[in-house]
Structures are given as C-alpha cells and as structure tokens.
Design a protein around this ligand. Structure first.
Ligand SMILES: *Cc1c(COP(=O)(O)O)cnc(C)c1O
Length: 392
C-alpha cells in the first residue's frame, strides 16, 4: 500500500466492535483481567494503552520499523533513547543540532557520565577521528539540520556505524516518513518531534521513537515503560488525526517553501538562502538521492543584522514564533531563540549568526506569504535607512 493511503487510514480499521472510523480515545488507565494469568493485552496504561497502541503501530509501519513508542514530547523521546547509554559511553552527534538536544546532552546526560562530540557527520574522516573504541556507542544525526539545513548521507554514515558496531539514530522530524525513511537506509532508531510536521497544527506536543530489530525494540519497550514519559490518550488521538493529512500538507509545505526560497534568493536584502531544494545547496544531490521531497522549513541570511528586528515586527500573516511544521507560517530568530543554549563559538562555527532567520513555511497561499514578507522587508529597509539618515 502507498504511504498516502496508510496515512489517511490511521486507526480507521482497528475498532472491531462499532466499526468507528475514527479510533476512540480510551481514557482508562486500568484494564480488567479475565482471570488469573490472563490479560486482554492491556494491563496498565503506562505500559500499553489502546489509543496510543494504534498510533505506535502506525508510526512503526510508516517508518519501516518493528516497534513504535509514543512519548510526551520530542525531548522525552530523546531522553528515553539516551537511557540506552551508561556512564562512560560516548556519542557522535551532528554539529548543527537542535538546541534542546544539545542542552539535554551537555547539561543532563553529561552528569550521568555520557559524553558527546559534535561533528560534521557528512565527513567520514572526522567521524573516524572522533570515534573512541570501546566507549563510542552511537551516532545521532539530523538531516537536514536545523537551522542550517546541512545534509548527511544517511546510507554512508549508517554503513560506517555498522562497521564500528555502534547504533545509528536519526532525528527525522524535518522530513517525516512521507519524504524520508532512514531505517530503510540502515539506521537503527528514528526519533521524531511529532509536535512538528506529524501533528502539523501547532496544537499537540508529542514525540515518537521507532526501532528496528527485536532486541532493540524490547530494550526500548522496557525503557519507555520504566521511564514513563508516555503520550496520553487524548494527544495520541490528536496526533493520529493530524497524521491523516500528512501527505497533502508535506506536498504543500514543499511547494510553498520552494517558491518562497526562490523569491528570497533573488531579493537584494538577502545574502543567502539555505534550502536543500535549491540546486546550489551543497547537499542537494544527496538530499535527492535519499529523500523523495523537501521539508517546509529553511533559513536565510539578511545582508544586514539591523533588518531583523523590524522584519519580525512587521510580518503579519507570518507569525514571529518558535516551532515549525504547522499549517501556519512561523518565523524565528535562531541565535536568540531555539539555539540560545548552544555556545556562541559553536553557533558561529556552523553559521547560526545574528543575520539568520528561520522560516517554517505554512500551507497558506504562497502569494499572500510573499506579499507579507515583501511588505515587511520594505518597511524594515525604510526604517533602517531612515535611522541611518537621522544619524541613529
Ligand atoms: C522540536 C524538536 C525536537 C524536540 O521536540 P519537542 O517536541 O519540542 O520536545 C527535537 N528535534 C528536532 C529536530 C526538533 O525540531
């Protein structure tokens, strides 16, 4: 079955009693046992809960994995995955990393003796040099990265990791299984902030883990239940409801983001656009090889940092807000928001500087979005030039 059909039908055929096409929200935390030694398959909701179970099965299937685990947020999913590691373990991690993941590793996991090195994961030689025999246990990548949209060749690094006997973990938040399925390219674990494209409406906080292989799936089930950062039934339902339209939304996000990136690329106030769909992007070919489409977010660098503040003040349709992946367009300033927890030297090294804006292009009409941003740009330019003329 094609992925569009699977998505539209999430939970539609699983309710055997009434035939409800929308799977019910089972709020129960306790489940009656028929008799001693027997179970309906459900005992206690932290371990397994009916609405969440339908979501988890769909997530596993969509990512071509063996088991899915729904968590209370993307960070909860990452924390659950990191619980695989023990004191003295070391991870190799993408350089331009989601700020919250960096914070979790550096401020919390480090206290438990788990360390990380941040590397350009597309450089196998750099991975080789950072690899510590005996202590390096996993590779964690984001591709594309956020906000700079750097692309890692998933198959190449997973093959390398397999050769070293370490796990490959891919944060697939930005592309979703609709456009990219890293488990098919050799990865062992997928993590999602389902708060973003999977949920898609800026109204549910959730995380997903998908594992490949029986042993790893059993280990993750143990951690998921033991840690308990699981997704509640209401939000499990809301996430499934959002995922039904993922295919349509991703196609529209891609279309709008591509048109917007092309518009900005030709704008004299913009120095550079970072979007893998553009042929000049250094990761363009690898992206096309391993993914069937492009995400709806990208970043761009203004020619002058003074434009940033008035642009964020003058956009109207586009909201100045953190997060990404929803139907509404959002713009954020990574240097002071999402990436504030990453030290300035690392931020500068990867290029997250004070002229960079990140744009999560929604599914509004592209002409309205271009009108909004071009008006904000004009007003910003007038203010900056007026301020300069007044000697400010
Ligand atoms: C948002 C995000 C996370 C964290 O997920 P939450 O749902 O906010 O906890 C992790 N990775 C990436 C790439 C993200 O964008």
């Amino acid at each position: 079955m094609k992925i569009e059909s699977r998505l539209a039908q999430i939970g539609s055929q699983e309710e055997p009693v009434t035939g409800a096409v929308s799977f019910p929200i089972y709020q129960a935390t306790a489940f009656r046992h028929p008799r001693l030694g027997q179970s309906t398959g459900f005992d206690y909701a932290r371990t397994k809960s009916p609405t969440r179970a339908v979501l988890e099965a769909a997530a596993a299937e969509l990512e071509s994995g063996d088991a899915g685990f729904a968590c209370s947020s993307g960070m909860a999913a990452l924390q659950t995955i990191f619980a695989l590691f023990s004191q003295g373990d070391h991870l190799l991690v993408s350089l331009d990393l989601y700020g919250g993941t960096y914070r979790l590793l550096e401020r919390i996991m480090s206290r438990f003796g788990v360390s990380a090195s941040y590397i350009d994961t597309n450089d196998i030689q750099a991975l080789e040099e950072a690899f510590r025999p005996g202590s390096t246990k996993a590779l964690l990548i984001e591709t594309p990265t956020n906000p700079l949209m750097m692309i890692t060749d998933i198959e190449a690094v997973c093959t390398w990791a397999k050769g070293k006997g370490i796990l490959s973990i891919v944060d697939n938040t930005l592309l979703t299984p609709f456009f990219q399925r890293p488990l098919e390219l050799g990865a062992d674990i997928i993590i999602h902030s389902a708060t973003k494209y999977l949920g898609g409406h800026n109204d549910v906080l959730a995380g997903l883990i998908v594992t490949k292989g029986q042993e790893l799936s059993e280990q993750m089930a143990f951690l998921h239940n033991s840690i308990g950062a699981v997704l509640n039934p209401q939000d499990s339902w809301l996430l499934m409801r959002g995922m039904k339209t993922l295919a349509l939304r991703m196609e529209r996000h891609q279309y709008n983001a591509t048109r917007m990136a092309e518009y900005l690329q030709n704008h004299p106030m913009v120095e550079q656009v970072y979007y893998p769909a553009l042929p000049e992007h250094p990761g363009h070919e690898i992206q096309n090889k391993q993914s069937s489409g492009n995400t709806g977010i990208f970043s761009f660098k203004m020619t002058d940092a003074r434009y940033i503040e008035p642009i964020l003040r003058h956009v109207k349709l586009i909201a100045f807000a953190e997060s990404l992946g929803g139907v509404e367009s959002l713009m954020t300033y990574p240097a002071v928001q999402t990436h504030a927890d990453i030290p300035e030297e690392i931020r500068r090294q990867v290029g997250v500087d004070d002229r960079l804006l990140r744009f999560s292009v929604g599914i509004e009409h592209i002409e309205d979005l271009i009108d909004d941003i071009s008006r904000a740009f004009e007003l910003a330019k007038a203010e900056v030039e007026g301020g300069a003329a007044n000697g400010k």
